[in-house]
Design a protein around this ligand. Structure first.
Ligand SMILES: Cc1cc2nc3c(=O)[nH]c(=O)nc-3n(C[C@H](O)[C@H](O)[C@H](O)COP(=O)(O)O)c2cc1C
Ligand code: SF4
Length: 591
């Protein structure tokens, strides 16, 4: 083990900020992070043991006790559940002769759930040792179990099992006319860096990761900083359940995304960039690395890019299973080798980001669009879409319809989208993932645009056979699972929301419970530290508003389960929220 760890640490240049990469390698080799490994890493990277353990405990894909040599995680997105994932998983458990959530006694296999793996267009999906297994069926499970029992290495498995499709059904400005490698950079250098930033302003491009901040303004703020050491980060964490369009861009349009990052680097004067790739997209890693190498060979990355006085290179950093790491400041913490806990903001990353230096963090699609703007100019880009939402939006469409990626000019109505994706008998659409809004079939004239329905791209269709409360339950469990635990209103609040909602949907709630549920929602949304907690109650709030009768139908006048005192828990959470006393009372409430 000593030799292995020395090798891995050396490959990571003995840098403490590469801790996650080191731990990922140890996990892959030993199926957990053994205690001896922690000692060795601690010596080699000069980190406290406690610090390393806290990082291991934070990320879902790192473990202190051994997982199976074949570690299978079923995606638990609502769309996987709609595709009968639970029965498939049970079937696999029976075939492997183990229980869900357990490691088999001979250590060969383990089976568990994980949050959405970004395959909602080709579910039910799972991961095996981090690699995606889409479109699972009973037959495929038989095949997989047989390969596991024969202990065949993954490289020997039939490639079809790992075949991930793009599923692009509608292409517009970005997907239809991808630029050639170097086109945006040549246009940028010909026009000049300042003039290209002006084109970005004319384009009115807004970030595609969800918040919709003006991209040129972000880049300008970064340029304004006196500090010269600057960074560019591509946020490829794509953890919002129902979203997968960044996966498609990184699979088939990586050159253009990387070109967008390079244009940004040239403008802001960054020499180093990172692609923070979610762990669930491990299957994309080697192809992305190949694109980076090919661009280095073409002088589109590295030193004196396109014979200009510009040096810039990019490193790919894999996450380790934490939705919160999509939040830009948590992502930066993770890149620095720490737990992904969101920072206080301000200061924003543009002033103090990676290593506290000015940093631009943008979504994959934002960089893709930026490269396009560098080629066609800002005004032409702004001719598409609406006045406040220019250009096009990639939607990841899943659920009860033809699932895949669709590109639309901003301003398209939900109704038109539903026709294109062949959705019928629609009950509603969840737009923007669990943190977004549930749109009922009375509201399908509404538009995809920042001024109406803003979205990072998740668009989940539900037909009338679906039960809205099942959906809300799935989303509420997701937030409780993904809360990073840093602040009390979210950590305690999301778990109380889950308990309270389960109680009502299980038929054990009273009308007073619904009132308390709503109060708890307000508390979590209003007092949480970051965007996760601030939106965690949205699925309940939006459905309580639109479908109060659904909650009423579940009610039964009975007393609370023994041992669970909701009033006391609520009061404690409220007091802690008011005092912002994050940690002291956690154990009290959780017990
Ligand atoms: C809980 C949470 C998760 C997020 N996940 C992502 C993500 O997976 N991808 C992304 O681009 N932005 C995500 N964001 C938004 C980022 O914090 C940030 O706004 C974005 O990367 C900025 O890029 P843009 O301006 O190009 O949209 C998330 C925000 C929150 C609060
Ligand atoms: S709101 Fe939730 S996810 Fe955000 S910092 Fe607090 S505990 Fe972490």
């Amino acid at each position: 083990m000593k030799q292995f760890i020395e090798k891995i640490v050396a490959e990571n240049d003995f840098k403490a900020e590469r801790l996650l990469a080191v731990l990922r390698a140890v996990q892959a080799e030993y199926y957990h992070i053994p205690d001896t490994a922690i000692d060795l890493i601690s010596q080699q990277l000069k980190l406290q043991r406690s610090q390393i353990i806290s990082v291991v405990e934070f990320y879902s894909f790192l473990h202190l006790s051994p997982r199976g040599r074949y570690d299978i995680l079923f995606s638990d997105s609502i769309t996987d559940q709609m595709l009968d994932k639970q029965n498939l998983m049970q079937y696999m458990a029976e075939q492997l002769k183990l229980n869900i959530g357990e490691v088999r006694s001979d250590g060969l296999a383990s089976l568990d759930n994980t949050s959405c793996t970004g395959m909602c267009d080709q579910g039910p999906a799972a991961l095996i040792n981090g690699y995606a297994l889409p479109c699972l069926t009973n037959e495929k499970i038989d095949q997989i179990v047989s390969l596991i029992e024969q202990q065949r290495t993954l490289s020997e498995w039939p490639a079809e099992l790992f075949q991930v499709e793009d599923n692009i059904y509608k292409a517009d400005m970005l997907l239809d006319q991808a630029i050639n490698p170097g086109e945006a950079l040549n246009a940028t250098f010909k026009r000049g860096l300042t003039a290209t930033l002006e084109e970005m302003q004319h384009s009115k491009l807004r970030g595609r990761g969800g918040a919709g901040f003006d991209t040129s303004m972000k880049w300008q703020f970064c340029c304004n900083e006196p500090e010269q050491e600057r960074y560019v980060i591509c946020n490829a964490d794509e953890g919002e359940p129902g979203t997968f369009k960044d996966r498609v861009l990184l699979n088939s349009y990586a050159d253009q995304v990387i070109e967008g990052m390079t244009v940004c680097a040239a403008i802001i004067g960054a020499k180093q960039g990172f692609i923070y790739l979610r762990a669930e997209y491990l299957h994309l890693h080697s192809a992305l690395q190949a694109v980076l190498n090919s661009r280095r060979e073409k002088n589109l990355l590295g030193e004196n890019i396109c014979q200009q006085d510009i040096d810039f290179d990019i490193e790919i950093c894999l996450g380790a299973g934490a939705y919160i790491c999509g939040e830009e400041s948590a992502l930066i913490e993770s890149l620095e080798g720490k737990r992904g806990i969101p920072r206080n903001r301000p200061p924003y990353p543009v002033t103090q980001g990676y290593k506290n230096k000015p940093t631009v963090v943008d979504n994959v699609e934002t960089f893709m669009a930026a490269a396009k703007i560098a080629v066609i100019g800002g005004h032409k880009f702004a001719n598409t879409g609406t006045a406040k939402s220019t250009g096009t939006k990639l939607l990841s469409i899943s659920g009860d319809c033809q699932t895949g990626v669709y590109e639309y000019a901003f301003g398209v109505t939900v109704k038109d989208i539903l026709v294109d994706c062949k959705a019928e008998d629609v009950l509603g659409v969840q737009i923007g993932g669990p943190s977004g809004s549930f749109i009922s079939n009375q509201e399908f004239d509404r538009k995809i645009a920042f001024e109406d329905l803003a979205t990072g791209g998740s668009f989940i269709v539900f037909n009338n056979s679906r039960n809205i409360l099942d959906i809300v339950k799935n989303f509420t469990h997701f937030f409780a699972h993904e809360s990073c635990g840093f602040c009390t209103p979210c950590r305690v609040g999301t778990s109380l929301l889950r308990k309270q909602l389960d109680k009502i949907t299980d038929g054990h709630g009273s009308s007073g419970d619904v009132v308390e549920l709503e109060q708890l929602c307000q508390l979590v949304n209003n007092y949480s530290h970051c965007g996760l907690g601030q939106t965690a109650a949205n699925p309940i709030l939006t459905t309580l508003q639109r479908y109060p009768e659904l909650y009423q139908q579940q009610l039964k006048e009975i007393s609370y389960e023994p041992g669970f005192d909701l009033d006391a828990s609520l009061e404690t959470a409220r007091r802690m929220a008011e005092r912002d006393d994050a940690n002291a009372h956690l154990t009290q409430v959780e017990q």
